[in-house]
Design a protein around this ligand. Structure first.
Ligand SMILES: [Zn+2]
Ligand SMILES: [Zn+2]
Length: 97
């Protein structure tokens, strides 16, 4: 059993998370800082906290993890679903395209 921050909940439901898995990709290009054009922001994404059932679903490809990068969210969710801020979760593909 991997250690987790206590109180973490599953990214796909409200159940307590029992494990943390690697996200589909570890970095996300947030783009240029508007106040400094020489500066490009790349964020490091955290582990995905999941309950046992959803961890199995993700490993088997039944569910695909997406990410909302809105300031209010910055959370994982199921790809295709709408996040709390109203934007859809975006795909975290392994390739750069
Ligand atoms: Zn779950
Ligand atoms: Zn959101």
């Amino acid at each position: 059993m991997t250690s987790l921050v206590s109180g973490a909940v599953c990214a796909l439901c409200e159940s307590p998370a029992t494990e943390a898995i690697d996200p589909p990709r570890r970095t996300l290009d947030r783009g240029l800082d508007p106040s400094d054009t020489s500066y490009s922001v790349t964020v490091i994404l955290p582990d995905v906290s999941l309950c046992a059932g959803h961890a199995a679903d993700v490993r088997e490809g039944e569910k695909v993890i997406g990410w909302c990068d809105d300031e209010q969210c910055r959370t994982y969710g199921e790809l295709g679903e709408t996040s709390a801020c109203g934007h859809p979760f975006i795909k975290l593909s392994k390739s750069k395209t």
